[in-house]
Design a protein around this ligand. Structure first.
Ligand code: NAD
Length: 343
């Protein structure tokens, strides 16, 4: 039936009372990149009913159309959340949160700088467009190396620092809590502990504060998680670091856990939860960090983005590790060549 035919049908069927609806509802979330990670973020958000409209932007037009059609066919089961797509950023206009997953994955043996440079080249095209169309949005950066890309997105968007958040070690902390929970036979939600620093090899396990119901494991064994500590516990941090590589070896990429992690971060933002997540943001000045970098510390998230960074106590060793992690990120950043001015 033609649209004028539809209009006639609707006029007979309905007696309109309210004003015409806008095309988009009040909570529009955009995902840039519709690859494995973008689609995993999308399904997590849809299943948790976190928006009225979900927009996907990608450069692979046909694949994008296929993914969106497939999801739209399930709208009966998804509270009729409207799903949109496009390769033009006008479709993203007025988004409250934009999740950026566009970019290449790390290949084994690929130096971090090479990946960072390739993804910087992509961000130089997309971030100014995102910022132009949604100047009040909060950005959640997922593309790797995520701490470098969070800094890049912050600079290119010119947004205030509290509105640019990297998914950071929210995922590493989930892996950490899962591994401890398995050993102690409790739920991961009952294990309190977190990973700070870079999402990557220089991440920092904060063993000094790992606790169950307030009982710190370091009061039972001072060397918990270290050489000379209880058997097997010193391997946990390495298992967290290797977590992504292990999954990639088996299935070629990671996506489900990062999708769930992003929707948890999103939930704290859109529902103004004031919940604490280890996420990446600009941290110069914290814990003696002198570098211009983003890395993960526990942050209170609300509808403004990062409300505050929690000033947790770290041991001297943990503080040093955190500073080294900042240096590792800064080293990569120094090697980048930018087309845009970024001061
Ligand atoms: P993928 O290759 O499956 O998808 C990448 C997507 O980016 C594709 O849809 C592609 O079309 C899109 N894209 C590329 N250039 C674009 C552009 N200019 N504009 C719009 N879209 C563009 O990759 P993936 O597995 O989805 O991974 C995406 C990124 O997420 C990678 O950098 C990966 O390393 C990262 N990642 C991060 C974490 C984390 O914890 N932060 C976890 C997993 C993956």
């Amino acid at each position: 039936m033609t649209s004028s035919g539809d209009d006639l049908l609707k006029q007979s069927l309905f007696t309109q009372v309210g004003p015409d609806c806008d095309k988009y509802g009040p909570r529009k979330i955009t995902i840039i990149g519709a690859g494995k990670v973008g689609m995993a973020c999308g399904i997590s958000i849809l299943l948790k009913c976190q928006c009225t409209d979900l927009v996907f932007v990608s450069v692979t037009k046909e694949k994008l159309r296929g993914e969106v059609l497939d999801l739209q066919h399930g709208s009966l089961f998804l509270e009729n959340i409207k799903i949109h797509e496009g390769d033009d950023y006008s479709v993203t206009t007025g988004s409250s949160v934009v999740i950026i997953t566009a970019g290449e994955r790390q290949h084994p043996d690929d130096p971090r700088l090479r990946l960072a440079q390739r993804n910087l080249n992509i961000y130089e095209k997309i971030v100014p467009e995102i910022a132009r169309h949604s100047p009040n949005a909060i950005l959640i950066v997922v593309t790797n190396p995520v701490d470098v890309m969070t800094y890049v997105a912050w600079k290119l968007s010119k947004f205030p620092r509290h509105r640019v958040i990297g998914s950071g070690t929210n995922l590493d902390s989930s892996r950490f809590r899962h591994l401890i929970a398995e050993r102690l036979k409790v739920s991961p939600t009952s294990v309190h502990g977190w990973i700070a620093g870079e999402h990557g090899d220089s991440s920092v396990p904060i063993w000094s504060s790992v606790n169950i119901s307030g009982k710190r494991l370091s009061t039972i064994h001072t060397k918990i998680g270290q050489k000379g500590g209880p058997e097997g516990w010193d391997a946990i941090h390495q298992q967290v670091i290797d977590g992504a590589r292990d999954v990639v070896k088996l299935k070629g990429y990671t996506n489900w856990a990062i999708g769930l992690s992003c929707s948890a971060i999103l939930s704290s933002i859109i529902f103004h939860k004031q919940s604490i997540h280890p996420v990446s943001c600009f941290v110069k000045g914290q814990y003696g960090i002198t570098e211009d970098v983003c890395l993960s510390l526990p942050c209170v998230l609300n509808s403004n983005g990062v409300d505050s960074i929690v000033n947790v106590d770290l041991t001297e060793k943990e503080t040093k590790m955190l500073q080294r992690s900042a240096c590792a990120i800064a080293d990569v950043q120094r090697g980048l060549s930018w087309k845009h001015a970024h001061d």
